[in-house]
Design a protein around this ligand. Sequence first.
Ligand SMILES: [Zn+2]
Length: 209
Amino acid sequence: MFIGHFGVGLASKKISQLPSLAVMFMAVQFLDLIWPLFVLTGLETFKIEEGITKLTPLNFTYYPYSHSLMMSIVWGLLFGLVYFAVTKQKWNSIFLGALVFSHWVLDFITHRPDLAISPFSDYKIGLGLWNYPVAEVLLEMGLFLLGVYLYYTTIKPKRKIAFWLLIGFLMVVHTMNLLGPPPPNIEAVAWSANLMWLIVLWAWWIERE
Ligand SMILES: [Zn+2]
């Protein structure tokens, strides 16, 4: 799942306006922000295997530190604790922790059974919606468009062009992921995954006073 996570991040501004959109994006994508670092350092692995699911050619062979059920809860707790230490906002800290965990829930729906329960267990789960392209695309697009609508009507962003450029950019990247050729190698995937920080920066710019 890609833009579905961003849909949740956008929609979350309807519930709380105080954390900036950049922080919301960091929370909903936290597992995917640390994943490329773990891959590049050799801690986690994946392969490119055309046909492994109908929608994505990525075979997530080993990624329990970024994406296991247990570690998602740990990362959510840590994210919330750090936010609380900086801002002393109890409710927003709990909310951001839950947003970190929302990433795992959406991945659980879309990934085939490749999500480990914990780094200490080989038991893996996942509902595999990636093998049902129509349902997956509808769910993900629906989440994203709902998020765009809720964000736009709640925040009424001042930097409208920057906002719509970001929305367009996310949709283009998503469409290319779905329809483009499989990536050439795992290094290309891992390095380009770091570009997600650009999206975080972009979100920060949209809301900058
Ligand atoms: Zn993920």
